[in-house]
Design a protein around this ligand. Structure first.
Ligand SMILES: *Cc1c(COP(=O)(O)O)cnc(C)c1O
Length: 364
């Protein structure tokens, strides 16, 4: 057992979650979304562990090239596509799939010479209003793509949901309807669903689903559902107690002396702070798991440490290990108390935190 601040990455939990996704979308191919260093879990380790995936999606060309160079031979989709000619050449060289979301990219395809045709996913904006061509442009732009000798045909069609995490929102139905109307008559393969789309809107599953967050074991919904309990957390963020101190009523803890003891209590100083990726905005009362019991965070989060009221935890000792999120403490609970979301916490664990991989060879 390491006393260091560390994250355990449980690759068997990752594979478990992948199998749940595959069962939930039995007629779809699964593109595992491993952008942003696989949501902080390690790009190559996660790609290796997900040998069952039909493809991978990343946000940046560099991530895709890393995967190819590591020997990943499955389709790799770059969700932002290319924005200049030099990048286009790399897509061809590494046989990467590109999202085409804007007309200027089609112009680049037409203008560039000296590369083999590439595979593209034409993205339609159905309401996210971030990336994607407008539905009314589809006919004209698809004609141009068909005529360009630089695209491997048939190309694929995709869109992205803005509110699929909210089962009460009418927006997802509207987006599906707009997508279906726009692509009527096109026989291309389609991809609409992220994790929440896959789990909550089965009609949106289509040829390819693009799960991200659920693979890492966090709920894809803004309000956790009981079915989410089948997901297993992949990342467990651990640290240990550096010091214990008794405070009497009226004494404060930490910067700004913002938290003041209302009664005598026992405070543990734990060796993880925002310099490790623990959210600085975590409110007093954010749960920290100490010897299997939830104990409340008190005082401000520092760069290298946090303080926790362990008065209610029996037999606490210096060097005891605590869990900041993961096994036994859902990351959503910490995110909710910190004005953020699980994605942000996962991505935010910093370099100096040791990553320890479990289950590397299981299931191979
Ligand atoms: C990040 C992303 C996903 C995965 O979303 P989750 O909510 O993590 O499942 C899917 N598609 C696109 C286009 C994305 O950017």
């Amino acid at each position: 057992m390491s006393l260091n601040t560390s994250v355990i990455i449980d690759l068997s939990a990752l594979r478990h979650n992948f199998v749940l996704a595959a069962r939930a979308a039995p007629n779809s191919k699964l593109m595992a979304v491993i952008k942003a260093n696989a949501y902080g879990h390690g790009l190559l380790e996660v790609a290796d562990a997900l040998s069952l995936a039909d493809g991978f999606a990343v946000a940046r060309l560099e991530e895709a090239i890393k995967l190819r160079n590591a020997g990943i031979s499955k389709p790799i989709l770059v969700l932002t596509g290319f924005s200049q000619a030099s990048e286009l050449l790399e897509f061809a060289r590494y046989d990467l799939d590109a999202v085409v979301h804007s007309e200027y990219q089609i112009e680049l395809l037409e203008a560039c010479v000296g590369f083999a045709p590439i595979s593209i996913w034409l993205k339609i904006n159905t309401g996210m209003n971030r990336l994607g061509i407008e539905p009314v442009e589809l006919a004209r732009l698809s004609d141009r793509i068909q005529l360009s000798a630089k695209v491997r045909l048939p190309y694929k069609l995709m869109t992205h949901f803005s509110c699929a995490d909210d089962m009460d929102s009418p927006v997802t139905q509207q987006q599906i309807k707009l997508f279906d109307e726009s692509v009527a008559g096109h026989t291309s393969e389609q991809s609409l669903a992220n994790s929440a789309g896959l789990m909550g809107w089965t009609y949106a599953q289509r040829h390819w689903v693009r799960p991200g967050i659920m693979l890492y074991g966090a709920s894809p919904f803004s309000a956790r559902k009981t079915s989410d309990d089948e997901l297993k957390p992949v990342m467990t963020f651990k640290a240990s107690i550096l010091s214990l101190r008794k405070l009497s009523k009226g004494q404060s803890v930490g910067y700004g002396a913002s938290w003041v003891a209302q009664r005598a209590c026992l405070i543990a100083t734990v060796g993880a702070g925002y310099g490790d990726g623990y959210p600085r905005h975590a409110r007093a009362g954010t749960p920290v798991l100490v010897n299997g019991l939830n104990a409340p965070l008190v005082g401000r989060v520092s760069m290298d440490s946090i303080t926790v009221d362990v008065s209610q935890c029996p037999n606490v000792m210096v060097r005891d290990e605590v869990i900041l999120w993961g096994e036994g403490l859902p990351i959503e609970d910490v995110a909710n108390m910190s004005e953020t979301i699980s994605y942000d916490l996962m991505c935010g664990v910093t370099e100096r935190v040791e990553r320890i991989y479990w289950g590397v060879d299981d299931g191979k």
